[in-house]
Design a protein around this ligand. Structure first.
Ligand code: NAD
Length: 469
């Protein structure tokens, strides 16, 4: 049997599987590596390892667990160059942005390790009190997507392990390598079974969510998959965190400096080639500045350098996988068949999944490109006149993940932010997440919280002791 490039980590040991999963470089469309394709047998082994390790790990002191989480972060930072190069090859993002993702993951792990969850003690009557402790849930199934395979996995590993849980983590079948490599790098100091990292094809996620050996599922991915995860988790009433899709709106008020704001809105929409859950997916621009703003964005789009992320000077990588590439091209065809005006950049020749950065000039509110989550480098620009009307249009969505407001008047922007039905909102900036700030999707963008104290609490159950005289 051919050996895979990387091994899974199960019970602290390197493990391969009976079959192999191919990994493609999206900049060429070609298979460049293979990893284990885990099935029932390997999943069961990982769950057993995690369950066996659970009691001893949860009984370690908080500082002992914090030091292991910190060390995982330090190891990721120490190997950043190797990990970033691997991430570019499997995910496609430009080298500098891959490095940013790796260092973000390291920062998240180290910062999360500084959080604590002290007991809460309340006196009920003289001599009688109750104490609430936050205890580990047990064994966590962590499932992550392909757009930020390392950072979004780190969001889960840090708080889950710190709170005393053990974990089986499955990265996306499109981007399994960098997380498998991290598993290899931390194997010698993370106690066996505490962090198991497995890879597999489309069948593995459903096997995990249906497995009775998990106590919690922490899932990041699309809303449609999130609903399937929730249904599967019901069978054994698993605890759930769901971080799902969005259709984030930018609202650009007429008082902004046009060139500078256009640069920022461009970044908010096209970073990672638009493949970000919290990317701007529709931009509402006030009619007083619409033409000027669109033209400024068009110049930036035409200057962008789409290509193979491992080459120097590339600002935007390919679409990560063929499935998503086809979906995006279908959305472009829909725009073309409706005769919407497209403003497009350029792409290199070749077999990679390259898509020109694209602006859609004022399509109708009801069009697919406005209503659906594109998750790629296509941004509809929509002209608006009345602020109340734009608020209604922004909120007319099943999604409620995030959004941005652009104005020089912060009071006006804050009042507007109060009316937007999302879990996160940025004013005059985008993407500014913090390991100390809660991140939660409203409506069908999620269930539960990641990051910050609430994100840590999501990996615990409250246990209350009533103490009499
Ligand atoms: P996806 O839902 O297709 O897959 C996500 C993960 O779930 C993958 O690991 C996949 O193998 C696994 N999976 C697929 N079907 C499953 C099932 N039935 N049961 C269990 N697991 C299953 O999402 P994707 O295409 O990888 O990622 C893009 C989506 O993720 C977008 O909608 C984006 O908005 C969303 N996303 C959300 C956040 C957030 O924090 N809210 C962050 C990043 C991405």
């Amino acid at each position: 049997m051919p050996e895979p490039e990387l091994t899974m980590t199960i019970g602290g040991e390197p493990v391969i599987a009976k079959s192999l999963l191919e990994v493609r470089n999206p900049a060429t469309g070609m298979v460049f590596a293979t990893v284990p394709d885990a099935g029932h047998t390997e999943l069961n082994a990982a769950v057993i390892a995690a369950r066996d390790a659970s009691k001893a790990w949860s009984r370690k002191t908080w500082p002992e667990r914090a030091s292991i989480v910190t060390r995982i972060g330090e190891t990721v930072a120490h190997h950043a160059a190797e990990l970033a190069a691997m991430l570019t090859r499997e995910q496609g993002k430009p080298a500098d942005q891959a490095m940013t993702e790796i260092m973000t993951a390291a920062h998240w792990l180290r910062s999360t390790a500084t959080l604590t969850l002290p007991d809460r003690e309340t006196e009920m009557a003289p001599g009688r009190h109750h104490i609430t402790r936050y205890v580990a849930i047990g064994v966590v199934a962590a499932i992550s997507p392909w757009n930020f395979p390392v950072a979004l996995s780190a969001f889960k590993i840090g708080p889950a392990l710190l709170a005393g849980n053990t974990m089986v983590l499955k990265p996306s079948p499109f981007t399994p390598m960098t997380m498998l490599r991290i598993g290899e790098l931390v194997r010698d100091f993370v106690p066996a079974g505490v962090l198991n990292i497995i890879s597999g094809g489309d069948a593995l996620g459903p096997l995990m969510t249906a497995h009775p050996g998990f106590d919690k599922v922490s899932f990041t991915g699309s809303t449609s998959t999130g609903k399937r995860v929730m249904a599967a988790a019901a069978s054994s009433l698993k605890s759930l965190t769901l971080e799902l899709g969005g259709n984030d709106a930018a609202i650009v008020l007429p008082d902004v400096p046009v060139e500078e704001t256009a640069q920022k809105v461009f970044h908010s929409a096209f970073a990672n080639s638009g493949q970000i859950c919290i990317a701007t997916k529709r931009a509402y621009i006030h009619e007083d500045i619409y033409d000027e703003f669109r033209d400024a964005l068009a110049r930036i789009v035409k200057d962008a350098n789409v290509g193979d992320g491992s080459e120097t000077g590339i600002t935007h990588g390919p679409i990560q996988n063929r499935r998503q590439f086809d979906r995006l091209n279908d959305l472009i065809s829909d725009c073309e068949s409706n005769s919407f005006t497209l403003i497009r950049g350029t792409v290199p020749c070749g077999t990679g999944y390259f898509m020109p950065l694209t602006l859609v000039d004022n399509p109708p509110e009801t069009s697919r490109i406005v209503q659906e989550e594109q998750f790629g480098p296509i941004l509809p620009l929509i002209r608006f006149r009345d602020v109340d009307d734009v608020v209604a249009r922004v909120n007319h969505s099943d999604f409620g993940l995030a959004g941005t407001i652009w104005s020089t008047d912060i009071d006006v922007a804050l009042k507007l932010a109060d009316q937007i039905e999302t879990g996160n909102i940025w004013i005059n900036e985008a993407f500014a997440l913090s390991p100390f700030a809660s991140f939660a999707g409203h409506k069908q963008s999620g269930l539960g919280v990641e990051n910050g104290i609430e994100g840590l609490m999501a990996y615990t159950k409250p246990k209350t002791y009533f103490v009499g005289r």
